[in-house]
Design a binder for this molecule. Structure first.
Ligand code: THU
Length: 138
């Protein structure tokens, strides 16, 4: 996949996130989040946060999107795009950083999306240095 290809795929996925926010089930926090995980083949996998009356049973948007990616047969993440209904820049929570680490490529980026456009990006591994991961288990 060329750099131009991933840029186009990322722009399309970012543009899809504002509408996806309407599917978030954020009944308790009212904090809606939508995410897109782009795999190394350039396929976008979408997710929203899904809360639960038993609060800890709720899931983050990134978690939903990673599950969709694995279900679709992919194992490597090139980009994670995140949009919040508040339109604020949102970074993945600690637990989701660990979930992303399981599948992140060496050059994986976390991309914040506002109004359907990427506004901020960070190399994923700068957000989770010195992490524990699959390599530690051999
Ligand atoms: N949330 C996400 O889905 N992703 C994040 O990166 C941060 C937080 C969700 C979890 C919960 O449903 C709501 O936002 C408030 O914490």
């Amino acid at each position: 996949m060329s750099a131009d290809d991933i840029t186009t795929i990322e722009q399309d996925a970012a543009a899809a996130l504002p509408a996806l926010l309407a599917r978030s089930y954020a009944r308790y926090s009212n904090f809606t989040v939508a995410a897109a995980v782009i795999d190394e083949q350039g396929r976008a996998h979408l997710g929203v946060n899904v809360e639960n009356a038993a609060y800890p049973s709720g899931t983050c948007a990134e978690q939903t999107a990673i599950g969709a990616m694995v279900t679709a047969g992919s194992r490597r993440i090139a980009r994670v795009l995140i949009a919040a209904g508040s339109n604020a820049v949102v970074q993945p929570c600690g637990a989701c950083r660990q979930r992303i680490a399981e599948f992140a490529s060496d050059d994986c980026e976390i991309v914040s999306v506002q109004d359907g456009v990427a506004t901020q990006r960070a190399p994923f591994w700068s957000l989770l240095p010195e992490s524990f991961g699959p390599r530690d288990l051999g």
